[in-house]
Design a protein around this ligand. Structure first.
Ligand SMILES: Cc1cc2nc3c(=O)[nH]c(=O)nc-3n(C[C@H](O)[C@H](O)[C@H](O)COP(=O)(O)O)c2cc1C
Length: 372
């Protein structure tokens, strides 16, 4: 007789449980990617193909997975990617993430379309929150958000630039996913088939784009951001005196120009493969961009990281810090705050064990020399 466990032992477990728990429409929103998802898969395959060389007989008894982001020490080597309408994964998902950020001193990405107002998120995160800005509609709307971010104590803004138009994700489109929700017969049927999620969400209140509404105006997720250009970046840089990270960069020339424009850090990312299916795998672009911007320039990475080994590989290829999206969201969808705790401890154990295998004791010892 084998015990039947519903614990999370890796990110795949969390994904499998999330798939069972969530209405199909919402699983497809979180899990989905651009076009038929091959670009997203290819990036994960490229990460899997990277080999690291085990080393033996180094004393690796005392190991730390702590990291550093800008000048702030972090207890984990990864932070939380901004995810819009995060609470679709489960009630209070974004607050659960903010509390995890507070406990581990890692940045919690707070999306423009977060489901809890940005003012509350930074409080829950005890200051460990970065505000993610989408520029859409009239410029004043972005400026108002930056004013609110400053007034509530944010020191870092992440400008996401890889969504000139929301990517075409057929899995979402087929389910009729829109923000805010439009409920038709298929969605009612979907929610009725997932009563656990539906009742919990009903009790907690329908997830909203909480930074908008009333005096803050409306946000249309599908609206074009195509008018943004380098002048837009200049305006944001002039206005935002705190740290500015630009997220969603894959091209070397773009990276060099961002550095010249006074951006404080670049996040190499393909938005989790959700925008352009044929984009190069971000993991392949990471070392090339690192080489171009130089060893000292702050470079972050996200997309496709699902394990401690993946995290170490991204560091080895030049990332100073990394961010996870879906792996964390799946874990909350699977089991709420307990799921996130389990996922975080899995990632910590996997990272620590990877360090041991490589003969290393800390993340700052990881560089290209660990690669085969
Ligand atoms: C459900 C979901 C919502 C997202 N919403 C946003 C968002 O509002 N702003 C943003 O900059 N990125 C958003 N992203 C992209 C993530 O910040 C991140 O780039 C991506 O999830 C990383 O890839 P991974 O999920 O494979 O870890 C979203 C991703 C997911 C899965």
């Amino acid at each position: 007789m084998f015990p039947k466990s519903n614990d999370i032992f890796n990110a795949d477990d969390a994904r499998r449980m999330a798939r069972k728990r969530l209405p199909w429409m919402l699983f497809d929103y979180i899990d989905g990617a651009a076009a038929d998802g091959r670009g997203e898969e290819l990036n994960r395959q490229r990460i899997r193909e990277i080999q690291m060389m085990p080393r033996i007989l180094n004393n690796v008894e005392h190991r730390s997975v702590a990291g550093r982001v800008f000048d702030t020490p972090t207890k984990l080597p990864f932070g939380i990617s901004p995810m819009g309408l995060c609470n679709l994964a489960g009630p209070r998902a974004d607050i659960t993430l903010a509390r995890m950020a507070a406990a581990n001193h890692v940045p919690c990405g707070v999306s423009t379309v977060a489901s809890t107002p940005l003012e509350q998120m930074i409080e829950w995160a005890e200051g460990h929150a970065w505000f993610q800005l989408y520029l859409s509609g009239e410029p004043e709307s972005g400026e108002r958000l930056l004013d609110r971010a400053k007034a509530s104590g944010y020191e870092t803004v992440v400008l996401t630039v890889d969504v000139p138009e929301v990517g075409r994700r057929p899995r979402e489109l087929r389910r009729g996913f829109t923000m805010p929700f439009k409920l038709g017969v298929p969605q009612f049927f979907d929610f009725a088939c997932h009563p656990r999620w539906s009742l919990a969400t009903l009790a907690a209140g329908k997830p909203q784009m909480a930074n908008f509404g009333g005096k803050f105006g409306e946000f249309d997720r599908g609206s074009s951001r195509a008018q943004s250009d380098w002048n837009t970046l200049k305006r944001v840089r002039d206005k935002w005196k705190g740290r500015l990270v630009v997220k969603g960069v894959l091209n070397v020339e773009d990276a060099l120009r961002l550095k010249d424009e006074g951006v404080d850090a670049i996040q190499v990312s393909s938005h989790g493969g959700r925008q352009l299916e044929s984009a190069p795998p971000p993991i392949d672009m990471l070392p090339i961009i690192r080489k171009a911007v130089g060893a000292k320039y702050p470079l972050f990475f996200d997309t496709g990281l699902r394990s401690g080994e993946d995290i170490v590989k991204a560091y080895a290829l030049g990332a100073d810090f990394v961010f996870l999206g879906r792996a964390l969201s799946y874990s909350i969808a699977a089991k709420g705050p307990k799921g996130l705790d389990q996922m975080v401890s899995v990632l910590v154990n996997e990272t620590s064990s990877t360090l041991a295998q490589l003969g290393k004791t800390s993340m700052d010892q990881i560089d290209a020399s660990v690669l085969v």
